[in-house]
Design a binder for this molecule. Structure first.
Ligand code: PMP
Length: 387
């Protein structure tokens, strides 16, 4: 009998759809081939729609991971010596703060205890005089989602740009770049966008592009919008161009993945992640588990779940022995106090996979000595998904 492969339920990379998987299995195209230019151009248009960005906003598709997109944002909107505010909700906010310090910015961090978010009034108080606000839409280390709409509004009011790291959020959590007046929204391909790892994706508003034009210290060439914008515009017009080789296998797959999202409709995509987030949280509650995020701040893309008394990181091995891969803690202060389960992208269209993940976690808890109502947890998920 064939062994069923393990289900990847970490907060990225995640399971991908059959159509995206098939799209990655082609002989490598030339970056100048007509069909490739068509796919690249369409992927750019589709990004704008998934991001809900204005026509004037500029999408970028680069070979790289989310960290590259973060560096691109930092280096194109901030000059050395400028003040920036970082809303710090965990590990990836620490990372962007470090990038900004290396850029020579005067970094003001407004943070909160792990699992919480800083008060909007504290963020607003730090904003006057700042060039930009940086926030992590969903911090993968804590499972916390910030109120991106309110933060973008506060930044606008203070005359600052707003930059959001959506690596663990884009296409799972509602984001309306144009309507909310956000200036940069960036992600990577391996999460809710639904591709393998390898693409850095970013959309910049007109205001953000103007900030690059006004810089006195140019960004490193490899991430400079002045180098990349003509390339993206050429692909948008299906014209050949070259600055650095794009990931020619992944771009057509991106076109497919974004096409799937838009065929479903972004409202339906956000509602699906909300429904699945609610269902998974109902299962955790049945098992007597507590979330790391404080009430109301839990993201839909993943769960950060505290180990119950008497259980520790050995739980992960028990889960994986049951054919499901989950992740350990990531926040340096709490690493061994919690574990994480990703529930974003294609897997959220497969109720039987979600049930398999909940069952594996429940049985693993029981194997670790926690009193776990396995059938009750699965039933709570299924009830919630049906409701
Ligand atoms: N920001 C967030 C919120 C992330 O979750 C990650 C990846 N886990 C990154 C940035 C970095 O992305 P990458 O690993 O693709 O460089």
């Amino acid at each position: 009998m064939p062994v069923e492969r393990s289900l990847l339920m970490i907060p990225g990379p995640v399971e991908i759809s059959p159509a995206v998987l098939a799209a990655t299995s082609i002989p490598p195209p030339s970056h100048l081939a007509a069909d490739f230019m068509e796919r690249f151009g369409r992927a750019l248009e589709r990004m704008r729609a998934v991001w809900r960005a204005d026509e004037a906003a500029q999408p970028y598709i680069l070979a790289g991971s989310g960290t590259l997109a973060m560096d691109m944002a930092v280096a194109n909107v901030v000059d050395p010596g400028e003040r920036v505010v970082v809303v710090n909700t965990g590990y990836f906010s620490d990372r962007v703060a470090e990038m900004l310090r290396r850029r020579g910015a005067d970094v003001v961090e407004v943070g909160a205890a792990p699992g919480s978010v800083p008060a909007l009034s504290d963020v607003a108080a730090a904003l006057p005089g700042a060039r930009a606000l940086f926030a992590t839409h969903v911090d993968t280390s804590t499972g916390v989602r910030v109120d991106a709409r309110a933060l973008a509004g506060a930044a606008r009011e203070a005359g600052a740009l707003s930059v959001f790291d959506g690596v663990c959020a884009t296409a799972a959590e509602r984001f309306e770049m144009g309507a909310w007046g956000a200036d940069v929204y960036l992600t990577a391909s391996q999460k809710a966008i639904g591709l393998p790892a390898g693409l850095a994706l970013l959309v910049a508003s007109e205001r953000a592009l103007a900030a690059r034009d006004a810089l006195s210290t140019p960004p490193p060439l490899s991430v400079d919008w002045h180098a990349w914008t003509p390339i993206m515009r050429a692909y948008a017009e299906r014209r050949p161009s070259y600055f650095a080789t794009p990931a020619t296998t992944l771009v057509p797959a991106l076109d497919v993945g974004l096409g799937e999202l838009l065929a479903e409709g972004m409202e339906a995509v956000f509602a699906r992640h909300q429904r699945v987030g609610d269902g998974i949280r109902a299962a955790w509650a049945t098992l007597g588990l507590e979330l790391l995020p404080e009430s109301g701040w839990a993201a839909n893309a993943l769960s950060a779940v505290r180990y119950p008394a008497g259980v520790g990181p050995e739980l992960l091995g028990e889960i994986s022995a049951r054919g499901v891969i989950c992740a350990g803690g990531l926040h340096p202060a709490l690493k061994t106090a919690y574990f994480r389960v990703g529930h974003m992208g294609y897997a959220t269209t497969r109720p039987e996979w979600l049930a398999r993940a909940v069952r594996a976690v429940s049985e693993a808890l029981a194997a670790c000595g926690h009193r776990a109502d396995v059938e009750g947890a699965v039933a709570a998920l299924e009830r919630s998904l049906e409701g």
